[in-house]
Design a protein around this ligand. Structure first.
Ligand code: NAD
Length: 261
């Protein structure tokens, strides 16, 4: 029996079999969790259907997190399958391609700043608001962050600022949802992984290689590894953890190569 048996999770953010959300869905399903998935646009539905099949799920719902109406419709549809659920995973980010290439001051605009924050941070709050009436007591919310939230990483630019907002969001949401119903809110901060979103960041391949050479484990992480930690954080095994950012990055964020002694 898996440690998520009798739990139900809605996972937002599968776009391909490389998506971190795909790894999270598979890891949760392996632990006995019932899964519902959402897709951003019709174009992505076929791939999300594949993920659903692997997770023994037939719940696949459209959701554009940039639209309150779309979010509302998503939960109306979810309600036709489930009266309530336990886990919400937000594995979503967006910034325009131009914003992720070059000098931060030069490439950041009022527009791309607002969009990055809306889709990559506020949408977590928006989903939590809409999910709240259906969420069971002691439920868990989880999002996916990156080290760019706390360090200035070349080309990550406005996405790093949005991730800093997302991480603060985790803490405020934990404080807002914890007291009455024991709902926990956490993030995993993943090391670099080659996904569709990551390919929008200039020189991402170099970042992957750099992370191998400068991490304690001397390798990149996999979506399966991120998924396993996400599954743990959303389970009752992690009942004492909330408002936390947990790094799944081969130890990159705590490692310093030091001088060549
Ligand atoms: P991905 O491209 O597979 O997933 C990004 C998802 O965001 C896609 O499913 C896309 O459809 C969704 N999305 C974007 N705008 C949306 C909208 N308006 N409505 C609904 N969905 C929308 O890439 P990924 O790397 O798996 O990204 C998932 C999360 O992991 C993101 O928050 C990303 O910043 C984070 N992350 C990625 C890495 C990495 O190196 N890949 C590292 C750390 C954190």
């Amino acid at each position: 029996m898996g440690f998520l048996t009798n739990k139900k999770a809605l996972i937002v953010g599968v776009a391909s079999n490389r998506s971190i959300a795909w790894g999270i869905a598979e890891a949760m399903a392996k632990q006995g969790c019932e899964i519902a998935l959402s897709y951003q646009t019709q174009k992505l539905k076929k791939r999300v259907d594949k993920c659903a099949a692997l997770c023994n799920s037939n719940i696949v719902i459209e959701c554009d997190v940039g639209s309150d109406l779309s979010i509302e419709k998503t939960f109306t549809k979810l309600k036709s399958h489930w009266d309530n659920f336990d886990i919400l995973v937000h594995s979503v980010a967006f910034a325009s391609h131009e914003a992720l290439d070059g000098n931060y001051i030069e490439v950041t605009t009022r527009d791309n700043f607002a969009t990055a924050h809306d889709i990559s941070s506020y949408s977590f709050t928006a989903l939590a608001k809409a999910a709240n009436p259906m969420l069971n007591d002691n439920g868990a919310l989880l999002t996916v962050s990156y080290l760019g939230a706390i360090r200035a990483i070349p080309n990550y630019n406005v996405m790093g600022v949005a991730k800093a907002s997302l991480e603060a969001n985790v803490r405020y949401m934990a404080a807002a949802l914890g007291p009455r119903r024991g709902i926990r809110v956490n993030a995993v901060s993943a090391g670099p992984i080659k996904t569709l979103a990551a390919s929008g960041i200039k020189n991402f391949g170099k970042l992957l290689d750099y992370a191998v050479n400068n991490s304690a484990l001397k390798r990149n992480v996999t979506t399966e590894e991120v998924g396993n930690v996400a599954a743990f954080l959303c389970s009752d095994l992690a009942s004492g953890i909330t408002g936390e950012i947990t790094y799944v990055d081969s130890g990159y964020s705590v490692y310093d190569q030091g001088p060549n002694l």
